[in-house]
Write a protein that binds this ligand. Structure first.
Ligand code: HEM
Length: 587
């Protein structure tokens, strides 16, 4: 059985992502193309005239109408975007069809626009098909900077913001004990040959699926008060990965001509199969996100009450007189209606599962690629923790080298490698360059993290850049100016779950490095270990969340003593799940 990964497959109902050209017959396409071409020309000339006397940022020359669209590998754009950064400097401009795209390539430029001028640069220009149609305009991460987004973000703050993140720690503690046990039981299984499915599906039997269960279960518990307590035959887990994979693909900039050319949105349904398909995708997504919401609504009607984001919100909304609030958007007095609530909750799962899991998979890859660094991490943990107990959250201030390795992983291989594009609500000028209102503005995380001025020898994995002997742990990743990497984005759109993400990473990686030895696959002929090349882009997936492809690895407890501790703490966790009223693990 395969767990869905980055691309859609035929597991449930994942309608294929198809481009506009693919759905028209040749003669229809020509007729439509000519008409639209003429309209686009008028628009293009008008826009070119409007910007003629303003100094726009430099950038690569494109072709009429399409601009730079064909110069970009839509599934793996970041190498080209970095190349342009080296050529044009801190800011450059692209045209993707009629869309102005401004790319910021230094921390200074991104901080100035996204943080200091956040009032102007906090919106989004979401992909039309993925957001307006597939998400009925309700997907939180894509919402423009408006009252719906503000209400949705505010509602999440009490569940996943900095203060709330402390309340998630008991779940992270228990789930990390389960993962530790899972990988010791898994042993050498993933040393065998396994392949991702044709659409990038992760095999259920591979150790990656154990890691994903861990990260997904944490965000599921926060959001819906339910664990992902098993991997096999777990309907919810499958659907979540299915929706995520489809969303990553459908939302990929450049996937649909209708995203780039608004004029195509006027086509009637019979010429716009993408619209019909995307509506079906919405219905299919609502089976998941709407279904989960409905389950909790029913529980509340039956007097069952969970302590989680959705149930707490529904209860408060009910007390305000909106027990029923179907549809999209907000009630007159500002409460999220059902569809917006369903997508806001879904966003937490979409934003928090694969991003965190892939960071763990990259971290382990860096450790096996740099055994001397892994040894240093273990040395630090041994000194602070010893072998009588597992690392705990209280150890965090005393494990600065481990944290430096986590930060270096996030810098060297950011999962959201090009960030999530913002959009400008007003005309503005930066360093003499005009930025038109409505531009898509990209914080080029990859170029910033690979900037040799900021991070000397940027392609090397050097945790020492974040570490000074004797100094306590410093995450340095907040939304303010006191930060030293950019993986969580910027300003008012800064990742709302960053504290949860860091804690999930810290506790489980501290425990893995404390108690688990890695077993590397060996080349039969040479006897040398086989390790994917971290400097080869092909080790990592394409798509806008770029994550390692599955790789072979075995696990064993470091000693009999460690093994016993891992087993005991797993058994204790089962008892604790019951006390918390949550499902125990099924294996
Ligand atoms: C290593 C893990 C993670 C990474 C790299 C990451 C990265 C990001 C990035 C780059 C953004 C967009 C920021 C911007 O627009 O400037 C974002 C937004 C967001 N993230 Fe995360 N994230 C991670 C984990 C999480 C977790 C665990 C949660 C939930 C518990 C979460 C919840 C969100 C939400 C709700 C948003 C939407 C913010 C908005 O548009 O208002 N993220 N994340």
């Amino acid at each position: 059985m395969l767990l869905h990964n980055r691309f859609p497959s035929l597991f449930l109902y994942p309608p294929p992502a198809i481009t506009t050209m693919a759905i028209l017959g040749t003669s229809e396409a020509m007729a439509v193309g000519l008409t639209l071409g003429a309209l686009a020309l008028v628009h293009y000339v008008k826009q070119a005239n409007a910007n003629a006397d303003r100094k726009l940022p430099p950038g690569p020359k494109g072709v009429p109408f399409f601009g730079n669209l064909f110069q970009i590998d839509v599934l793996r754009p970041y190498p080209k975007f970095r190349e342009w950064a080296m050529e044009y400097g801190p800011i450059y401009r692209l045209k993707l069809g009629p869309q102005e795209v401004i790319v910021l390539n230094t921390a200074e430029a991104a901080d100035e626009l996204f943080v200091n001028r956040s009032k102007t640069f906090s919106s989004r220009s979401p992909p039309h098909v993925a957001h307006d149609i597939m998400s009925a305009g309700q997907r939180q991460v894509f919402l423009p900077y408006d009252t719906e987004w503000k209400a949705s973000r505010k509602s999440l703050q009490v569940a996943i913001g900095p203060g709330a993140s402390k309340r998630v720690r008991p779940s992270q503690d228990l789930e990390s004990r389960v993962l530790l046990y899972d990988i010791t039981q898994h042993g050498e299984q993933s040393l065998q040959e396994m392949k991702e499915g044709p659409n990038g599906e992760v095999p259920e039997a591979h150790w990656f699926s154990l890691v994903r269960r861990y990260t997904t279960s944490i965000v599921m518990t926060v959001t819906y008060g339910k664990r992902a307590h098993k991997i096999l035959n777990n309907r919810h887990l499958h659907m979540i990965y299915e929706v995520l994979a489809n969303f990553t693909k459908v939302g990929q900039p450049g996937n649909y001509l209708a995203d780039a050319f608004p004029i195509l949105r006027k086509l009637p349904d019979f010429l716009a199969k993408w619209r019909v398909d995307a509506r079906k995708m919405h219905e299919w997504e609502m089976i998941l996100w709407g279904g989960l919401l409905k389950e909790l609504q029913d529980e509340i009607s039956n007097g069952i009450s969970r302590d989680c984001y959705v149930s707490n919100y529904l209860r408060q909304r009910g007390e305000a007189g909106h027990e029923d609030a179907p549809g999209c958007g907000l009630t007159e007095d500002g409460w999220l209606r059902d569809t917006l609530l369903a997508y806001t909750a879904g966003t937490v799962l979409e934003a928090g599962s694969d991003t965190t899991a892939s960071t763990m998979q990259s971290f382990i890859l860096f450790m096996i690629s740099h055994p001397e660094i892994a040894k240093k991490v273990r040395g630090e943990i041994d000194r602070v923790v010893g072998s009588e107990r597992m690392p705990a959250f209280e150890d965090e201030p005393n494990l600065p080298y481990l944290v430096a390795c986590i930060k270096e992983t996030l810098r060297r291989r950011p999962p959201t490698i090009m960030g999530i594009p913002h959009s400008s609500d007003e005309d503005d000028v930066y360093e003499g360059y005009f930025i038109p209102k409505g531009s898509t503005v990209i914080g080029n995380v990859w170029a910033i993290h690979m900037d040799p001025k900021r991070y000397p020898n940027p392609f090397a994995f050097l945790p020492e850049r974040w570490y000074e002997e004797g100094k306590p742990t410093r995450w340095g990743s907040g939304p303010d100016t006191d930060r030293d990497h950019y993986v969580f984005g910027w300003g008012r759109r800064f990742c709302q779950g960053s504290y949860i993400a860091e804690a999930s990473l810290f506790i489980v990686l501290a425990r893995i490095m404390w108690g688990i030895d890695f077993i590397l696959p060996k080349d039969e002929k040479t006897g040398k270990p086989i390790i994917p090349d971290i400097n080869d882009e092909k080790t990592f997936s394409d798509g806008f969340v770029s994550i390692p492809y599955i790789y072979k690895l075995g696990f064993k407890p470091r000693s009999e003593k460690h093994k016993k501790l891992i087993e005991r703490s797993y058994e204790d966790s089962q008892a604790e799940w019951q006390v918390l009223g949550l499902k125990t693990d099924e294996r």
